[in-house]
Design a protein around this ligand. Sequence first.
Ligand code: ADP
Ligand code: MG
Length: 676
Amino acid sequence: MKGTDSIRSLKGIGDKTEQIFHSAGIATVDDLVTLYPRYYLTYEEPVFIADAQPGIRIAVYGKITNALSYRQFRGLKITTCNIRDHSGSLGITWYNMPYMRKQLHQGDTRIFVGTPVMKNGRLVMEHPECYTQEAYEKQRQTLQPVYPLAKGLTNKMIVKAMSQTIPYMKHVEEYLPQTIVERYHLQAYGISLQNVHFPTKREDVIEAKKRLIFDEFFIFLAAMRMVKEKTGIVYNHYPIKETKESRHFMSQLPFRLTNAQRRALDEMIQDLRKEQVMNRLVQGDVGSGKTILAVILLLMTATNGYQGALMAPTEVLAVQHYETFCNMLEPYHIRIALLTGSTKAKEKQEIYQKLKDHELDLVIGTHALIQEKVEYHNLALVITDEQHRFGVRQREAFYRKGLEPHVLVMSATPIPRTLALIMYGDLDISIIDELPANRLPIKNCVVNTSYRPQAYRFIEKQVQLGHQVYVICPMVEESENMDAENVTEYTKILQQNLSPSVKIESLNGRMKATDKNRIMDDFGNGKIDVLVSTTVIEVGINVPNATVMMVENAERFGLAQLHQLRGRIGRGSSQSYCIFIQGKENEETKKRLEILNKSNDGFYIANEDLKLRGPGDFFGVRQSGMMDFVLADIYQNADMLKMANDAVELLEQQGFSFQNLQNEKLKKQLELSLQL
Ligand code: ADP
Ligand code: MG
């Protein structure tokens, strides 16, 4: 078996299954073995029933106190019983497993493993796994991988396919340079693969993940070196100066730039005149006013006779930026176009032609902007908003097209300076550590669902005052996972609970782009009062008149994400309010949400979050998912990041060339990591 073999070569994978794997991005054996578990189900020591909490998976050791009862309800076959230990009792329910009545009887003692939920005011464990004490002792040793699932793809299917790749894992070649493997005491690649998928004990996972996290960082950093080696020193072909238009624009701003904005802007104005091309990161917390800097720089670019581009991670944000730019730059007759995935083919062709002929000065869009077909006349400045890894990848993409523009990356991700220096390699860094003076700090509250009626009244009041409201739900529509609120149902509930004059609309990621854009437009123009949405609005959206953010099932989101969501309010001079609703209450999520309750500062939140999670959380679900790493987390694995950086520097000192790699597999990995 080779890594490049199609998964078709595995037993049990026919046309249909292959298609399902394909749509999850898995075509080859290598794709499969690098699909890592999201987390592991572990089997812990049983706890007392009295200590059970809703929403937390536990094991309890209990005696069945009654005969199992059986009934049918709405087509469901429901089997129930009660268990107890000396501390309390717990309900047990199985659906469509009538045979449980044959397997368990009154008086049996078993270990039940599951996640209790509240049902009619009582804790019930649904579908528990059930073990005798001996069987559980064995089970205690195991860790069951839980894979990220995609449509049609089940954990079972993945495990079945994965188990056939063990012979491959056993013989897979080591692709890191041997000096690195030895110096940093890394586990062999093949062993890490086996252990991450089929661990027999916890240490297996810890060791394997260490190696794989090292790899992720190493490949990222090495790819950065590769690009740097290729491009070498890049001279500034596009010196850009302030113009009368840019000065005029700045004198007409409806507000004063903060000192921090001013400082960052001055640094960039300097950069654009220097001998070498600009490569800069502007880091500033949500709402610190990064967009206006992009407007000024791109106006300078256009009025110096060059072209500029602004790239956003989502179409919704690209459209919003496009509108902001058209509005602000209207007096200066700058020719601007919007280019995204949903731009019609004909219009796309026109835009391509105009970019080539310099009939356009600025183009704003998603990464459609750097697709193969796009040619520019004289692209001098590229700005990316909220796209952390765009920096390196896009420089590579432009380099391939023979372009060497100035690059500015704008980000709200609060990365400590030492880590930012590594992650962003050769980027210079400006920090906007100040919010505009007209802002009132957001008022927060963390409450449970019983607070909803009050929240609705509050929303109603804010709408009466002329303000707007976001309500976030984790799901689009009702799903098997009944525990989380969904946009579709919630919109109806709000309609029933708010007066009919309140205009409510819903938005979700599955909608057509044109619909999404229309709704965001209407919300931006105040035609919608309350927007019920999934997290599609998370990044960058700016509607300063919105003053309330209500997040349902706040416990389901990571702190970084919640902070981004909250960043959608508090963008104007009115007092804003953030309401985090806890669907499931437990100590851990309470503690996490308390951090947000206490502070609106992204850096503080990232730090506290890290402390709470601790560095050793190797089995759990990763929260942040930041910077597109699969396993690695720059905060939690900061030590591995430093180690990988050290390794790359060491190789560089030894004259190792990342550009002319002999090792095909490493080469492929580096190239892959640069793809958009
Ligand atoms: P972010 O840094 O999150 O991208 P934006 O650039 O979207 O923030 O700015 C948020 C809001 O603050 C916008 O409405 C913008 O016009 C406004 N703004 C930016 N700079 C200032 C300032 N110096 N004083 C007052 N308001 C500002
Ligand atoms: Mg922004």
